[in-house]
Ligand binder design. Structure first.
Ligand code: DX5
Ligand code: ZN
Length: 218
């Protein structure tokens, strides 16, 4: 079953609580954290996550687009994240392994994510321990960009790598430029979780768009 993760980056932050109520039929709530250094944009952080945690039971899928993420992963977990996803490019091997262990010991799920220029093999040393791999299908930093179809072979390769290591519960999430058309391509390639920001929040009937994406546009 395909999971849908609306990105609240495209929501109206002045009425975030009401906006979240409109997407509660989805599977995960995707929470984008940007530090203005790892990516050229700044979004929201720990205090906002704590407030969101208080008003919804949705699974909080926190995507950290920050430098040295291992310094902060436990704090995001304590603030209410259920899944903590950080960039493989942003940390040392030692810190990545330590953060995975720490988050698991806290009962959280862990994902690693790849910028478009980073090959699938970058997550190979960790893949047996991951709950999720997030393939960025745009350059991280902004909502509303166009999907990069050249990322599709990376999804297929990761699907094979996951099968080869026997970690069948590891999800493949895609993020950036997802709409019913590109969702179908990603699912065919092996994605199981679809992040969508502008495609959902631009619609008046968000529940209907979430259902449409689940059926990958068909
Ligand atoms: C981009 C973020 C995405 C973004 C997706 O760096 O990680 O989650 O909100 O937005 P859309 O779906 O509009 O491309
Ligand atoms: Zn994201």
């Amino acid at each position: 079953m395909i999971k849908i993760a609306p990105s609240i980056l495209s929501a109206d932050f002045a009425k975030l609580g009401e906006e979240i109520k409109t997407i509660e039929s989805a599977d995960y709530l995707h929470f984008d954290v940007m530090d203005g250094v790892f990516v050229p944009n700044i979004s929201v952080g720990i205090p906002v996550l704590e407030s969101v945690r208080k008003i919804t039971d949705m699974v909080l899928d926190v995507h950290l687009m920050i430098t040295s993420p291992a310094k902060y992963t436990a704090r995001f977990a304590k603030a209410g994240a259920d899944i903590v996803v950080f960039h493989v490019e942003a940390e040392t091997t030692e810190n990545i392994s330590a953060a995975i262990g720490e988050l698991h010991s806290m009962g959280k799920k862990v994902g690693l994510t790849l910028k478009p220029g980073t090959p699938a093999e970058a997550v190979l040393p960790y893949i047996g321990k991951l709950d999720m791999v997030l393939v960025m299908t745009v350059e991280p930093g902004f909502g509303g960009q166009s999907f990069m179809p050249e990322m599709l072979p990376k999804i297929t390769k990761l699907r094979q790598m996951i099968a080869d290591c026997g970690n069948s519960s590891c999800e493949i999430e895609v993020d950036g430029g997802i709409n019913p058309e590109t969702a179908a391509l990603c699912v065919q390639a092996g994605a199981t979780v679809l992040v969508a920001g502008s495609d959902i929040f631009s619609k008046t009937d968000r529940a209907a768009q979430i259902s449409r994406l689940r059926g990958f546009g068909r």
